[in-house]
Design a protein. Sequence first.
Length: 274
Amino acid sequence: MRFVSFLAIVLLPSLIRAEEADKPLEIKLISEVRSVSPGKEFHLGLHLKHPPGSHTYWKNPGIVGLATKIQWSLPPGFKAGEIQWPAPRIVKMASYEAQGYEGETLLLIPILPPADLSTKTITLTAKASWMCCGKTCQPATDVPFSITLPVTESAKTDAETRPLFEKFRALVPKPNTKWTVTAQRHPTEIWLTLKPASRDMMLSDDAKKIHFFTADGQVDSNGKQGIEMIEDGTISISLPVSETGPKNPPTLPGVVSLPQGEQPAVFVEVDPKY
């Protein structure tokens, strides 16, 4: 049994008090388009607004928590892609540091219709499960959502929701070839190194805010990460190995948060081989 499952069993009986929630999590299924067209991909989004002091979890929550999941029931020929996750932040479950979201976020899901659509409307149905935690935890399982859209020759974007999709699409981490990323794994720690292509990419005194988010649980999300800045701008991060993570993984998948002074942080997706 994973450590997260054990903690869920131990913590939840005392934490879960749904009736105590001052304000529940607001969650809706929304569309970036007002209509769909045959064979043209579009995006739906699970829109979450957390009450102050509460959070849900990233695709890998860390050593505690449960990731938000979506199960689809789609019309014939429709395909749903993997969730596109905006970059996470550090969140707290009891005294443990985990990986998740506070405030507002949008989980993006690409949907591909079939090349031939003979109906005038289509209905997309999903069941979502999540855990929202603050002073207490309110888990939800297989909550139904659906959205119905007309079918037109050309897809029409939704001017009301499009800015929200664009905002959070920009927060989905991507690889950055301007950084050379390497990793070395040792019994109790992992050394992750990012070397910039040029000195003008060097970070300022905000280097202490650099953080690695583990995508597969190799790194203990509750452990301390050490940051070392080298004169040429290279960043060296020491990461504590999780006792419950995968054994003998070939790579180190995750996201590195790089502070940019007064500008928003840059989130770089990494997956270096050992």
